[in-house]
Ligand binder design. Structure first.
Ligand code: NDP
Length: 444
């Protein structure tokens, strides 16, 4: 049995029930086969893959808080500190009822390679809780965040582990957590990114994942003789990533016709009015269906099905496994030419294989959504220097980083004889740097 298959089997046996983690490990290891086979003897002796798939540390804790009726609630809190070979752990915090250890391990594992790809000195981690911020009052969210940070604060720090936002964690939650960290430790340091602009946040961080997604998509299209202008785009989700992907796609002359949330999706043939979406989602914290109340020519459909809308470009920006093989076939039948992932692992393995076998240009999340964490690392740099760069300065750095990620993924794929396979390219490029650093640091 090959080393890759052997390690994958062990992962499945030793991490029962963690299906998303198994899926992520399989996708990465399979696409690294070419590199691993070439170095099998050495990697095997060093236990390299066994170390790569085992988090350095997982912290799991109780999060008790009091709701608005005086009732005590208890949630599960986690931080997965996956790999610190190239820098302090870095990765978001997710607050969603579906959160469990397996999901955070998949996200942390992906994060290791993504962070490596950015070229910046950041290791990989991920954390969160099964707390659902939806429908909670500001006071309840604050009570939860303070309790969560009371425990988490013992394990993080500006040079140790620097969490950020993810699903359910935006500026409000980061603010509450930062306040509590400062109160507990007495330190005013860059321990979280995605902070507000008045207390150490970076310009462009809010927009970074969505903008970065469209920057790398634009690069991939150009390199394949195509362009963004005039393209019809379907984007799932209507959160942070989806909103700013829409904004940048529109700025580059594309027409975004659909957005969604976990209840359903909207289709606006005239192009999404983004100011209205921002008002509904960022200010009112409402549902995407509220859009059609104000734009009667748009249509709202309950449930899934957004991928049946004809488009040139599909950008899944909601959550994992939201686009399956049937969806991929529908996209192809409708003439879709490119898919780029704003979310983490939104395409199932079968969908990913279908894109690659059927000539759909495909940029995986690991590369495509790395703009968020890259800008978080720029926020860390500004915090260390006690400086604030201008919007244009940060945006230009983000743009350059996305162009470089594209080049790294494209050239690694070419080097290993799989030109145009950006899944393999991104995994290989991310892997090489981490392995080099791990090898240099001995058996740790
Ligand atoms: P938000 O919480 O801002 O938005 C998430 C959006 O996805 C919402 O519209 C939400 O709908 C929808 N959604 C969430 N869960 C589900 C589900 N199970 N089924 C259908 N729709 C769902 O999160 P972000 O925009 O920050 O994150 C979106 C994705 O991008 C995630 O995969 C995240 O890991 C990834 N990502 C985010 C980065 C960032 O900087 N924020 C960086 C890199 C990746 P509803 O409101 O109904 O729940």
């Amino acid at each position: 049995m090959s080393y890759v298959d052997e390690v994958y089997d062990k992962v499945v046996k030793q991490n029962p029930g963690e299906v998303e983690f198994h899926q992520a490990v399989k996708e990465v290891l399979d696409s690294l086969k070419l590199v691993i086979d070439a170095n099998e003897e050495n990697y095997r002796k060093m236990g390299l893959l066994e170390r790569l798939v085992e988090p350095e540390r997982i912290i799991s804790f109780r999060v008790p808080w009091v709701d608005d009726h005086g009732q005590v609630q208890v949630n599960k809190g986690f931080r997965v500190q996956f790999n610190s070979a190239i820098g302090p752990y870095k990765g978001g915090l997710r607050l969603h009822p579906s959160v469990n250890q397996g999901i955070l391990k998949f996200l942390g594992f992906e994060q290791v390679f993504k962070n490596s790809l950015t070229g910046l000195p950041i290791g990989g981690g991920k954390g969160g809780s099964n707390f659902d911020p939806k429908g909670k009052s500001d006071r309840e969210v604050m009570a939860f965040c303070q309790s969560f940070m009371t425990e988490l604060s013992k394990y993080i720090g500006a040079d140790q582990d620097v969490p950020a936002g993810d699903i359910g964690v935006g500026a409000r939650e980061i603010g509450f957590m930062y306040g509590q960290y400062k109160r507990l430790t007495g330190l005013y340091e860059g321990v979280l990114t995605g902070k507000g602009l008045t207390y150490g946040g970076s310009l462009v961080r809010t927009q970074a994942t969505g903008y970065g997604l469209v920057y790398i998509l634009d690069e991939m299209l150009k390199d394949n003789g195509k362009e963004m202008a005039g393209k019809t785009v379907v984007i799932s989700g209507s959160g942070n990533v989806a909103i700013y992907a829409t904004e940048k796609a529109q700025q580059l002359g594309a027409k975004v016709v659909a957005l969604s949330d976990s209840s359903g999706y909207i289709y606006d043939k005239d192009g999404i009015k983004l100011d209205l979406v921002k008002e509904i989602k960022e200010v009112r914290r409402g549902r995407i269906k509220d859009y059609v109340d104000e734009v009667p020519t748009a249509v709202y459909t309950e449930g899934t099905g957004i991928w049946s809308i004809p488009c040139d470009v599909a950008l899944p920006c909601a959550t994992q496994n939201e686009l399956n093989l049937e969806d991929a076939k529908t996209l192809k039948a409708n003439g879709c030419l490119a898919v780029a992932e704003g979310a983490n692992m939104p395409s199932t393995r079968e969908a990913t294989d279908f894109y690659l076998e059927n000539g759909i240009l495909f940029m995986p999340g690991k590369a495509a959504n790395a703009g968020g964490v890259a800008t978080s690392a720029l926020e860390m740099s500004q915090n260390s220097q006690r400086l604030s760069w201008t919007f244009d300065e940060v945006d230009e750095r983000l743009h350059n980083i996305m162009v470089q990620i594209y080049e790294k993924a494209a050239s690694a794929a070419e080097r290993y004889g799989v030109k145009g396979n950006y899944v393999a390219g991104a995994n290989i490029a991310g892997f090489e740097k981490v392995v080099d650093a791990m090898t240099a640091q001995g058996i740790v």
